[in-house]
Design a protein around this ligand. Structure first.
Ligand SMILES: Nc1ncnc2c1ncn2[C@@H]1O[C@H](COP(=O)(O)OP(=O)(O)OP(=O)(O)O)[C@@H](O)[C@H]1O
Ligand SMILES: [Mg+2]
Length: 452
């Protein structure tokens, strides 16, 4: 008998609205290529962003800020995402939407302080005592767990580490034994154990070490057997954020009840922050620490209120200040929490410190290109007519509207038994889902019929 099995298609990962953006798409001279890294057009703003990336990397933007200004759907958030991609992982990048600061659980200024401290990195170079070598042998002793008698936990381990010249067998306690298991350390792996903290780092793998097999699918990095002694002083560079340090210091002197209050209020004591700052300053004066000014990106910044703005302005004046990247689509508008109007709803003293990068609306050709890139990212197929239709909607209404119609159009096409979107699917989608202009008009028309 023939067996028939249904194959379920895996659920597609939802691609976030900016997932097609991989970078700023600039050449070596900092000139924007017309279409690159998922970005289309907007060349001047992209080139300006490129300069900003350079300044950040050279450490010449600390305590300064930039502001993206432009109509809705002109790529302000997209450009901030691209900047984060260009900076790479070593530069802290924290992003929020300004409306997120209004929370019942945590004070605005506390949240902003945490965000600021998450956006400042510390690079620490330290000489540390380490054990480093290729794993020759690994024995983990297990015992019944005291918490759960049915499960076994590692209690101790014995590892033999070797270099080209040296060979040491060490017995390690539970914490390191657990790491050996969770990191899946195997014979042939080159590891480093920090003697003080017990932290294990896997540096790579020695190919075909004493009969170990390597497989094609293996993604490990192959390296040579290290030279020198197994036990030695080594300079290690670690990067972390000021907030990491705060949290660590706070956890250090915690009692159980304090853990509860820490996590319910999510508040860090000012004294702890002062202590952290002092530690960092000591590292800097000893020449082993270095500050990395990271980025705090605040989207829709006109949603901040006066209190938040003055807090930020003050924070930018301290010597541990991150780089601010702000974005808004507002012109002259009231500063939230006041009756005063100001350009972009931002107080003048903060505005004074910002470099402004304008973004301009796209032409039809650019809109078409962006829709095509988005469709490809979402793995959605469209007939040329459907792309034309979406481009028209994008030009007449907004790019965001056109981009957002992609998913509903696909659902409509699928209901009609197709996987390729036709223009009639787009037409129905735009009929079912209103754009902002239409919805406002609709409400206006009916306003006088509604109860007042
Ligand atoms: N130049 C571009 N190239 C490729 N995609 C873009 C470009 N500009 C915008 N997009 C995409 O178009 C959509 C809308 O852009 P985005 O959200 O960045 O606009 P915005 O200026 O931040 O708008 P708002 O003022 O409403 O916040 C997003 O999916 C974004 O990734
Ligand atoms: Mg935006």
């Amino acid at each position: 008998m023939v067996e028939i099995k249904e194959v379920k298609e895996p659920i597609k990962q939802r691609a976030s609205i900016h997932s097609h953006i991989k970078g700023l798409g600039l050449d070596n001279q900092g000139k924007a290529k017309v279409v690159a890294d998922g970005l289309v057009g907007q060349t001047e703003a992209r080139e300006a962003s490129g300069v900003v990336v350079q300044l950040i990397k050279q450490g010449r933007m600390a305590g300064k800020g930039i502001l993206f200004v432009g109509p809705p759907g002109t790529g302000k958030t997209a450009l901030a995402v691209a900047i984060a991609k260009e900076l790479g992982e070593d530069t802290p990048f924290t992003a929020i939407n300004a409306s997120e600061i209004y929370s019942l659980e945590i004070k605005k200024t506390e949240l902003l302080t945490q965000l600021i401290r998450k956006s400042i990195g510390i690079r620490l170079r330290e000489k540390r005592l380490v054990y480093e070598g290729v794993v020759k042998e690994r024995k983990v002793k297990v015992a019944k767990s005291r918490m759960n008698p049915y499960s076994q936990v590692p209690v101790e381990a014995q590892i033999t580490l070797a270099t080209k010249e040296d060979n040491i067998t060490v017995t390690v306690g539970q914490e390191i034994a657990q790491q050996l298991i969770s990191l899946n350390v195997k014979k042939g792996d080159v590891i480093m154990i920090d003697a003080q903290t017990g932290k294990i780092i896997i540096e790579g793998k020695v190919k075909d070490f004493e009969g170990t097999k390597s497989y094609d699918i293996d993604s490990s990095k192959y390296i040579e057997i290290p030279g020198g002694q197994v036990k030695k002083e080594k300079e290690i560079t670690t990067t972390f954020t000021l907030n990491d340090l705060d949290v660590n210091l706070a956890a250090r002197n915690l009692t159980v009840s304090a853990i509860f209050s820490l996590f319910s209020e999510r508040q860090i004591d000012e004294d702890i922050r002062k202590e952290a700052d002092k530690i960092v300053k000591d590292w800097i004066s000893q020449g082993i620490g270095e500050i990395i000014a990271g980025v705090l990106f605040i989207d829709d910044v006109h949603m901040l209120d006066l209190e938040a703005f003055s807090f930020l302005t003050r924070a930018m004046e301290t010597d541990l200040a991150p780089i601010l990247i702000l974005a808004t689509n507002r012109g002259i508008t009231k500063i939230r929490g006041t009756d005063n109007e100001s350009p972009h709803g931002i107080p003048l003293d903060l505005l004074d410190r910002l470099l402004i990068i304008p973004t301009r609306p796209y032409n039809a050709e650019e809109i078409k290109e962006i829709i095509e890139i988005r469709a490809e990212e979402l793995e959605i197929e469209l007939e040329p007519q459907a792309i034309e239709e979406l481009t028209k909607l994008g030009s007449e209404n907004s790019l965001r509207y056109a981009v957002q119609l992609l998913d509903p159009s696909l659902v409509i096409a699928q209901r009609r038994g197709r996987n390729v979107i036709r223009s009639e699917d787009v037409a129905l989608a735009s009929q079912l889902f209103s754009d902002v202009k239409r919805s406002v008009k609709y409400v206006k028309e009916y306003e006088n019929l509604w109860m007042k």
